[in-house]
Each structure stands twice: as C-alpha cells, then as structure tokens.
Design a protein around this ligand. Structure first.
Ligand SMILES: *Cc1c(COP(=O)(O)O)cnc(C)c1O
Length: 423
C-alpha cells in the first residue's frame, strides 16, 4: 500500500472522470463525502431550473406544452433518461412522487393478499420510512402488522444473508420489499437471485433503490423484478426534495394503480375530464397528481451528467475510491479502534464506506469542524461517500490524514458524543 500524497495525486491525474468535478459547485474549503445523503448542485441542474423559471415567466399556462422542457411530458421524458440507470425499458420508468409515497403506491397496487398468502416480507435493517409505510399498508387492509410484517433478522447488525431471506419466503408471503443497497452498511443485496427465488414461490418482489441508483448498475428488466422505487436527491444530485422515481415491470402494465389520480391517465385522455379513468398503458399509470415541477427540473441537468459519464465508468471509479479509502484506513488508523463494517467484496458493497467507532458521533463533529463532511448513523457509524463525479483521490487521502490527527490530538473530546438534529 502506497500511503503517500503523491500517489493520490497520480490517481487523480489518471482519472477519466476528473473533468466532471468542474460541472459541480464544489467548495474549496470542505471535503464533501455526504453525496449519498444529498448530492451537490451541478451547474446544469441550476441552468435547468433557471429555464423553468423563464418558461413560467414567458409562457404561463402554455408552459405545459411550450418552452424548453414542456411540463406535461417531463415526468415521462425523465423516466426515459433514468431507465438505463436501472436497466429497464423506457416505458417502465416514471419520475414522480417521493420514495415513501411511491412505496405506498406500489404496495397499494401489488399487495393483494389472497387465501393463505397475506404477509409482507421485509428486513430489520431497512430505512424506517419503508417499514412505517409497510405497516400502515397492512393496517389499511385490516391486518395486524405485528403478525403480518416479517422482518428478516441480521446476524451482525449490519448485513443480511441471501439464504436467510430465502428461508423466510414462506407460503404465507404475498409480497417482498427490500433495499437494493443497505443505507448503513452499504451491502448490495443479490436482487437477481432474490427475484428468482421469490417468483419460484409465487411471490411478488420490489426493491428500494435509494442507495443503489446512480451508484451501481442494475438490470431490473433482465432480473424480472416486479417493481422498484428510489429518491433522486442522493447519488443522482437532483437537489433537496427532488422528485423520486419508480419502475414497474411491463408484465404488470394495463392495470389501474392502487392509488389513482388524473395524472394516472393515458395522456391523450387526461383532458377529456371523464369520471372513468383510462390509465396510461405504462409506468406512467402510477403517477397521481400534478408533478412538482419546481423540484423535478434539476434532474434535467443532473441526469445529463450521468448519461455523459456512464454508470459503468462511475461504478468503476467508485470502487477505486472506496477501495483506496479502506486501504488507507487500515494502513493509517488501525490502532485507533475503527472497524470497517461494510462488506469487503466489490460485488457486495455500494458506494460508501461504513466505519464503526465507539466515539463516532463526536468524531463526526470533529471531522466537520475540520472541513470534512461525513454523516453519522446512530449509534456508532460513520458513512464516508467519495462521489465519483466530483470527489478526488487527494480528498480521500486528506480525510484519512485529518482523521488521524483528530485521533492523535484527541480533538473529538471537545464535542459531546451525541447526534445532531440532522445526523
Ligand atoms: C433516503 C431514503 C428514504 C427517504 O424517503 P423519502 O420519501 O425520500 O423521504 C427511504 N428509504 C431509503 C432506503 C432511503 O435511503
């Protein structure tokens, strides 16, 4: 392991994606390793929002069909642009709602308890919002979630075993909802195998791709996944509260969505204003109401950058960044009580490094005070996400040096070991 600064600089010189950093507003004073919570603003996203404001100013109501990006078709158009990132056909993807409302929509559409099959299978490590949504969907159908929501346990508190998940795919399970990449440990679940095993047992399966979209390639259509949903403000850099996305396998087209609204309509029928819904023939049917145009627009610019860089190259650089980070942590920080808690194999880890330390909360505060933005995950986790489109190997090197100095000097001791409001 070469721990020298010049090696980091060499890696940056060799980096094919290095020019993308100029596309973003990156501060020179900080090292931003939190792009998996909120991606940075790109100049193109900013430009797209300026164009939207201009269309509103100039065209008013006609902005729906005129201007730079006619609003009426934007959710579909952005769905087409997102499709390659999830490995789907363009008509299987739509940009709409939020992660949690899309999960509600998809469970309302695909959870059809029948006979013995009444249960929903999830896991005990998923993000709380997903679990709350599943419990409330069970309640709406008249089921007691303490009996009908099964959560696959984790042996180590950080990861899940494919075999444990499969062992829980029992006869009474109607639907499975799991993350593609776990938000804490960054573990990638084997979506292909899990889908195959679920289908063998006549169970529908969907994935939450919040931490996998924009960070790893997917092949949802080939894997035959039934549905998926994700946010766009993390790896996709869509901005705070940007509009989310969903995927529905084309096998399921032609049904009314569980939660309907006039934007579920076939576009040519929508303004007939009939009280009988003719749903769109594709994933567009899973929209509900008027798209949140002010928060969908940044994606026009943000997704262009993904098209130009390509997810294969993004993933390749991401693995090199995180690998370099883990090697430096091991070489430089082994005596300070840090434990790398994400899976080590490339095929099993997403785009962030997850380290555990008893003093994690205040080490994060000390890092922030020293200009490195990590994020803390209770009770003792530090997530560090070097983002391929805008972070550099030199920043990874610098971060490890800063961390070492914080530990050597005990700088973290001046902070309380407690999380902030937004951790
Ligand atoms: C970020 C995240 C969410 C957030 O849901 P919102 O509806 O966008 O607030 C949900 N699930 C997972 C797994 C996440 O990582």
């Amino acid at each position: 392991m070469n721990t020298g600064k010049s090696y980091a600089q060499y890696l940056d010189q060799q980096d094919e994606l290095k020019h993308f950093r100029n596309e973003f507003y990156v501060s020179d004073e900080t090292i931003y390793f939190d792009g998996n919570s909120l991606g940075l603003l790109s100049k193109r996203a900013e430009q797209a929002v300026a164009e939207l404001m201009d269309s509103w100013k100039r065209y008013a109501i006609d902005g729906w069909t005129e201007g730079h990006h006619p609003w009426f078709y934007l959710s579909e158009k952005l769905g087409d642009q997102l499709a390659p990132l999830v490995g789907a056909r363009p008509e299987e993807v739509i940009v709409t709602g939020s992660t949690t409302t899309n999960l509600h929509q998809l469970v309302a559409s695909f959870y059809r308890p029948n006979g013995r099959k009444t249960k929903i299978l999830a896991d005990e490590l998923n993000f709380p919002s997903d679990i709350y949504a599943l419990k409330s969907q069970l309640k709406l159908k008249g089921y007691d979630s303490s009996k009908h929501l099964i959560q696959v346990p984790s042996n180590d508190g950080n990861t899940l075993k494919t075999s444990d998940i499969i062992a829980n795919m029992t006869d009474d399970v109607a639907l499975i909802v799991l993350p593609g990449v776990l938000y804490r440990s960054g573990q990638i679940l084997d979506m292909k195998t899990l889908t195959k095993e679920a289908h063998k047992r006549n169970i529908l399966i969907g994935f939450d791709l919040c931490h996998s979209i924009g960070s790893i390639p997917h092949h949802l259509s080939d894997w035959d996944v039934d549905f998926a949903f994700w946010c766009t403000y993390k790896h996709l850099n869509g901005g705070p509260g940007s509009v989310a996305g969903l995927y529905v396998n084309k096998r399921h087209f032609g049904h009314e969505p569980g939660l309907a609204g006039w934007f579920s309509s076939a576009k040519e029928k929508q303004f007939d204003m009939e009280h009988h819904l003719t749903p769109a023939a594709d994933a567009g049917a899973y929209q509900i109401g008027t798209p949140h145009l002010l928060s969908i627009t940044p994606l026009i610019g943000a997704l262009e950058l993904f098209q130009e860089a390509g997810i294969t190259r993004i993933r390749e650089k991401s693995l090199r960044l995180t690998n370099y980070l883990m090697e430096l942590i091991e070489a430089e920080l082994s005596s300070y009580g840090f434990f790398i808690a994400n899976p080590r194999e490339a095929a099993m880890r997403g785009a962030h490094v997850f380290i555990e330390h008893q003093e994690a909360a205040r080490i994060c505060k000390a890092l922030k005070a020293a200009g490195v933005i990590p994020d803390f995950r209770t009770p003792n986790g530090i997530r560090l996400a070097p983002v391929p489109l805008y972070n550099m190997f030199a920043e990874v090197w610098q971060t490890v040096q800063i961390l070492k100095s914080i530990m050597d000097k005990g700088d973290y001791k001046q902070f309380e070991n407690k999380r902030g409001v937004i951790a």
